[in-house]
Design a protein around this ligand. Structure first.
Ligand code: PLP
Length: 380
């Protein structure tokens, strides 16, 4: 897509073809990874597969060249189950993380880790605790099995309020979920402060560190809580190949935790077989350092452009270090969703503190340039 005009012309012709076909609300939920606001719950998007996807924090540059090559080479084995391959990959990951293989669980996308952990913990009763807003899947699963979700609002800068989180731990808190960098705010709890906090909290409850966006930080800033797992603390780390590695559609992730925790959650996994394509691509991606670097630098360029746009408008946003930004919706959320979609862009609207917020994922620089033009039209 070169410019907004072309996109609009395309959109008009697409509308003519589909006759304004709308999606079902079930499909809407899938498309939007479950609504996170009243605006999304009431919004039925138009069928438009050419949308610029600024709604799911995907990597617009992936998969990496090495992953593509590995996939092509692996196809001949796609008729086989992956019993041995999973064990091999577990060993690769264990070596990378400095733990033993029984500290690792390989999963079909880190959503599986969130689901398994939410279920396993909720079955013991009690509560899960997290900042709000954050990536809510684990807590949603826990709530479905009747656990309580205790939330602590992020602070005025959209950062985790660590004192308030510490104070919110109760005798029945089974797990504290921390997303660092956080989705949807993009904010980070920096290095040593993060590790000190996780270590302290792990004396009271299991600390879950969702590090889906860790690789968006520069390598010398990537402070993973895996260091605490290595030292034997009650900490669990979740990683994914969906973001910087650009493999969202291949569903590959892993968890790192003490072996008893891995055993507890893996009881609920569908089986020991992980998808073969994902394994091949993920293994190759780990070696594609150049691609991760390219993603980081292109994302930073587009992120800076977009955050500067928000600054010029005088709209608040947390300091994002990942591939999404959250800012107050300048108009009502449903209108924003409909009008941005009409102009060819998919974004998200969140509810927080009685207000509506736009979460925009960072696409390519050209996509972001086209988006701000469209957004200006939408919000007047
Ligand atoms: C913080 C966070 N964790 C986990 C996930 C799930 O990712 P996946 O299941 O693709 O690994 C996402 C997806 O957006 C996310 O933002």
């Amino acid at each position: 897509m070169n410019n907004t005009i072309n996109r609009r012309a395309w959109f008009k012709s697409a509308l003519a073809i589909t006759g304004g076909l709308t999606l079902s609300s079930t499909f809407t939920n899938q498309l939007l990874a479950a609504p996170v606001s009243h605006a999304e719950g009431n919004f039925i998007p138009l069928l438009n597969e050419k949308l610029v996807r600024l709604g799911s924090n995907e990597n617009p540059y992936g998969p990496s060249p090495l992953a593509r090559k590995a996939l092509a080479e692996a196809t001949a084995e796609f008729n086989r189950y992956t019993f041995e391959l999973v064990q091999e990959f577990k060993k690769v990951l264990a070596d990378k993380e400095g733990v033993s293989p029984d500290h690792i669980l390989v999963v079909n996308g880190s959503s599986e880790t969130l689901c398994l952990t939410g279920m396993a913990l909720a079955l013991e009763g009690g509560a899960v605790l997290s900042a709000f807003p954050t990536f809510r899947s684990l807590m949603d699963y826990a709530e479905k099995l009747h656990a309580r979700w205790d939330r602590v609002d992020v602070d005025d800068y959209h950062k985790h309020d660590l004192d308030a989180l510490a104070a919110a731990v109760k005798p029945d808190t089974r797990l504290m979920f921390l997303c660092n960098p956080n989705n949807p705010t993009g904010t980070v709890i920096e290095g040593k402060k993060y590790l000190d906090f996780c270590q302290e909290m792990s004396k009271k409850t299991l600390v879950f560190s969702d590090e889906a966006y860790l690789e968006f930080l520069e390598p010398d800033e990537q402070q993973s809580a895996v260091e605490l797992v290595r030292k034997g603390h009650n900490v669990m780390v979740s990683r994914t190949f969906s973001k910087v590695y650009g493999l969202a559609g291949l569903r590959l992730g892993y968890a790192i935790a003490q072996p008893d925790v891995i055993k507890k959650i893996s009881k609920y996994q569908m089986g020991p077989v992980i998808n073969q394509a994902g394994l091949a691509a993920a293994k190759a991606s780990l070696n594609d350092v150049a691609f991760a670097k390219l993603t980081r630098s292109k994302n930073n360029e587009a992120l800076n452009f977009f955050q500067q746009y928000l600054d010029k408008k005088g709209w608040f946003h947390g300091q994002s270090r990942t591939n999404c930004v959250l800012f107050p919706a300048p108009k009502d959320g449903k209108t924003i969703l409909a009008e941005t979609m009409k102009r060819g862009f998919q974004i998200r609207v969140w509810d927080f503190q009685g207000k509506e917020w736009c979460r925009v994922s960072i696409g390519t620089l050209n996509e972001m340039k086209a988006f701000v033009k469209a957004f200006d039209e939408v919000v007047g």
